[in-house]
Design a binder for this molecule. Structure first.
Ligand code: GLU
Length: 367
């Protein structure tokens, strides 16, 4: 039987853990995951869960549960990783990335900023499910100054699968985060030997190892166990980032509405009724939709909502004033941003007080 004081302490710990878990945050720094070798770059691995930390389940041949293993266990599985960096780990959340939230995004952004400001890390690696990895990468890319490397990594197969891809991907991500040549490029995504920039990268296949592509420009670099190579120079910092880290969750509501044949105005009208501050159209082709939907979007824009035309197609640019008169209707063209990234940028802009179509368009135009 526990002493009464021990009972109340465990109650407090339980309560704290329950509160933190309900917010999607599990927090707390671990002891160093690898032996300290002061000559090596200091890399902090922030774990959020995902398939990379997944374990097989008996429910079917391919069934598994994500977010089961600790980041230390992931590090131990990546043989030789201690020869390229001094690694410490922190568990920020334990979720499949379909459950990713703004609360976790802000926790990541604030933790990374603190690590770099106090010079406690030379680079950060975030382990993350692949489903929403491009959204987290884009959010962090907008929120952090593009200095020391921030690298997101995941896996398409759980840690217990035959030929799990997590250990090699994690090794590669640490290599990139430890590399001087990765500095000044904003948030990066590393999987399957390729390095992608946050703006262009997108998940393109439900199960293949080669799922991440940068459909408009291609990967910005390649990584193998002996080299990190970039094919393009580092971006010059954009004036519009970082967005103020004083912003907090919840961000303003922005809904994505998917266009299709026989589209009516119902979903758009519902979004306005539910209090959306912005609407992103996942349009057909060049960000287009039916006349009824365009008229509803025009009404939304006239009421002050930010209306962004993106495309469901998966690559290419949505250009202004082609089939649709954006100037007249008060719309913004998403250019090369896919709907899920356009949503995040619209949220950050609205939260920063930027809602006039011309100003929103300028922010979308910045790379
Ligand atoms: N739903 C999982 C997730 O995004 C599966 C995808 C993955 O992790 O690779 O966390």
């Amino acid at each position: 039987m526990k002493a009464p004081w021990k009972k109340s302490i465990s109650r407090v710990v339980f309560l704290f853990t329950a509160l933190a878990l309900s917010a999607g945050i599990t927090a707390a720094a671990d002891a160093p995951a690898t032996q300290r070798n002061a000559a090596l770059p200091r890399i902090v691995v922030l774990a959020t869960g995902g398939t990379i930390a997944g374990q097989t389940d008996a429910r079917s041949e391919i069934g598994y549960n994500s977010a089961q293993l600790s980041p230390k266990q992931l590090i131990l599985a990546a043989r030789g990783i201690d020869t390229i960096a001094q690694i410490s780990t922190e568990q920020i959340a334990s979720i499949g990335s379909q459950d990713m939230t703004e609360t976790v995004w802000f926790a990541l952004a604030n933790r990374i900023r603190a690590l770099f400001e106090r010079n406690e890390a030379d680079g950060v690696v975030i382990t993350h499910g692949t489903d929403t990895m491009e959204e987290t990468a884009f959010f962090l890319d907008r929120m952090l100054a593009p200095g020391k490397p921030v690298v997101l990594v995941g896996a398409m197969r759980p840690a217990t699968a035959n030929s799990a891809d997590g250990p090699a991907n994690l090794y590669a991500a640490v290599e990139v985060a430890a590399s001087q040549s990765a500095r000044g490029r904003g948030a990066l995504v590393v999987l399957n030997g390729t390095i992608h920039g946050a703006r262009d990268v997108q998940k393109t296949h439900t199960t293949a190892l080669e799922t991440f592509h940068s459909p408009n420009y291609g990967p910005i670099g390649y990584v193998d166990p002996s080299s990190v190579r970039f094919g393009v120079p580092a971006n010059t910092p954009s004036s519009a980032r970082p967005y103020s880290l004083k912003l907090t969750a919840p961000l303003p509501r922005v809904d994505i509405i998917y266009a299709h044949a026989q589209m009516d105005s119902a979903m758009i009208e519902d979004a306005v009724k539910r209090g959306a501050r912005g609407i992103v159209l996942a349009g057909v082709g060049d960000g287009n939709c039916s006349k009824a939907a365009i008229e509803a979007l025009q009404r939304a824009s006239a009421q002050g909502l930010v209306v962004v035309r993106a495309s469901r197609v998966g690559s290419g640019y949505v250009n202004r004033n082609v089939e649709i008169d954006d100037d007249k209707l008060g719309f913004v063209a998403a250019l090369d941003l896919n709907p899920q990234k356009a949503r995040i940028l619209a949220q950050l802009l609205i939260a920063s007080g930027v809602t006039a179509p011309a100003a929103v368009q300028r922010a979308f135009g910045e790379i």
